[in-house]
Write a protein that binds this ligand. Structure first.
Ligand code: HEM
Length: 373
């Protein structure tokens, strides 16, 4: 497959979308530009304040649709050579041109091992995460040269799309792992709850902070993925007040133990008249708080997974400029978080989320450019 310039725009039908090889032909014809909003011209009006800059991929800053499919793929063993740069760019361009159901998003990231395999220098920001003492990682369920996050409102939407991605890159990329996640029904603007029953995602950075801590100026960011097993019966056996002390927030409202409403600030210094911290010293929100990282923030966008009793938990998906932040927070959580006895990290992956494609800027540019490609 080559990155042929657009031969005219076609809009594949949903049937075409769901049939691998036909869709491949159609998407290759559509060309290498991303979603229609990104096919702007120099004379297009400037984006409205608060709109997503055209250089950022979708599926990160938007409200979360109810379902997600996360997957890791590897370059096929025989294709781990510099000659694969060009076909990989073409495959990513074809992915970016896929027509998606409304509100569905595809987010693509490149893993650290991809770059040496292609004979390219690895981006400095993709340093491997350090090992954490409590990790129990299954390498077959994590890692990957290419990571994809597909989010969709319909439960059945993401699977066929993932199959289509695989078919589009067939012979070049082979599936490594795939996980399905969901959120409980929740009203627009409401914070969804995790499988411990707590609101999860309250303290995410507003857009001005995200500009500073999540996004690089070129529109890239880094995805940290962790598959975290949750010991739900053990946590549920705690009295509600005990659960709230573990998290540092109220179960019903999501308010911090130092406030009344969900959005009230987490006050790490507030004490009871007896001198005890209102947010206990081992509470999750204390040890994860950005104040302990000089204000650095990550954007969490997790989904629950449920494969029956014994295999339930959180697909932790977080975006940040520098994954060293995840390392610092996770080390603190590993050392002292009251939540740690109720959780176990069982898979891990890391990937550089490329800037979105745009005019004169094909997917993968400039990282996947090379003299040999
Ligand atoms: C199954 C594992 C986990 C569960 C159930 C969980 C749950 C929660 C809950 C309920 C909150 C409070 C609401 C909110 O602000 O979103 C929270 C906050 C937070 N969590 Fe976790 N979490 C988990 C793992 C992690 C991990 C692995 C990290 C990063 C290493 C992390 C980082 C954070 C951060 C940064 C906050 C916001 C803290 C603040 O500034 O108030 N969490 N988490």
């Amino acid at each position: 497959m080559t990155a042929t310039p657009p031969a005219g725009r076609r809009t594949p039908s949903r049937r075409t979308l769901l049939t691998g090889s036909a869709a491949l032909a159609a998407t290759t014809a559509v060309g290498s530009c991303g979603d229609p909003a990104e096919r702007s011209t120099a004379s297009a009006p400037a984006p409205k304040a608060g709109a997503r800059p055209a250089t950022r991929q979708r599926g990160i800053a938007e409200p979360q649709p109810r379902y997600a499919l996360v997957a890791g793929l590897d370059l096929a063993p025989a294709r781990r050579t510099p000659a694969s740069v060009r076909p990989l760019r073409a495959a990513l361009a074809a992915w970016a041109a896929l027509p998606l159901p409304p509100r569905a998003t595809l987010t693509v990231a490149l893993g650290p091992a991809l770059f040496p395999a292609l004979g390219l220098p690895a981006p400095a920001v993709l340093r491997a995460l350090p090992p954490f003492p409590r990790d129990r990682l299954d390498p077959r369920r994590g890692g990957g040269d290419v990571l994809v996050q597909l989010c969709a409102e319909g439960e059945g939407d993401a699977g066929p799309l993932a199959d289509l991605l695989t078919a589009t890159a067939s012979g070049l990329l082979v599936p490594r792992w795939r996980e399905r996640g969901f959120l409980p029904p929740h009203a627009p603007g409401e914070t969804p709850r995790n499988l411990f029953g707590f609101k999860d995602g309250t303290e995410n950075p507003p857009s001005d902070e995200a500009d500073r801590w999540v996004w690089h100026p070129d529109g890239s960011t880094v995805l940290v993925y962790r598959r975290i097993h949750m010991r739900i019966p053990d946590f549920a056996a705690l009295p509600p007040g005990g659960q709230e002390e573990v998290i540092g927030r109220r179960l019903a409202s999501g308010a911090p133990l130092t406030g009344r409403r969900e959005r009230d600030p987490v006050d790490l210094y507030a004490k009871t008249p007896e001198g005890r911290y209102l947010i206990p010293s081992d509470a999750h929100v204390r040890l994860a708080h950005s104040r302990l990282d000089g204000g650095a923030r990550m954007l969490r966008r997790g989904y629950s997974y449920d494969n029956g009793p014994g295999d339930r938990g959180l697909l932790f998906l977080a975006y940040m400029r520098d994954p060293a932040l995840f390392g610092r927070v996770q080390r603190r959580l590993d050392d002292g978080d009251a939540l740690r006895v109720f959780t176990e990290h069982r898979a891990s992956a890391l990937g550089l989320v490329l800037p979105a494609p745009g005019p004169g800027r094909p997917f993968g540019h400039p990282l996947l450019d090379s003299a040999r490609a």
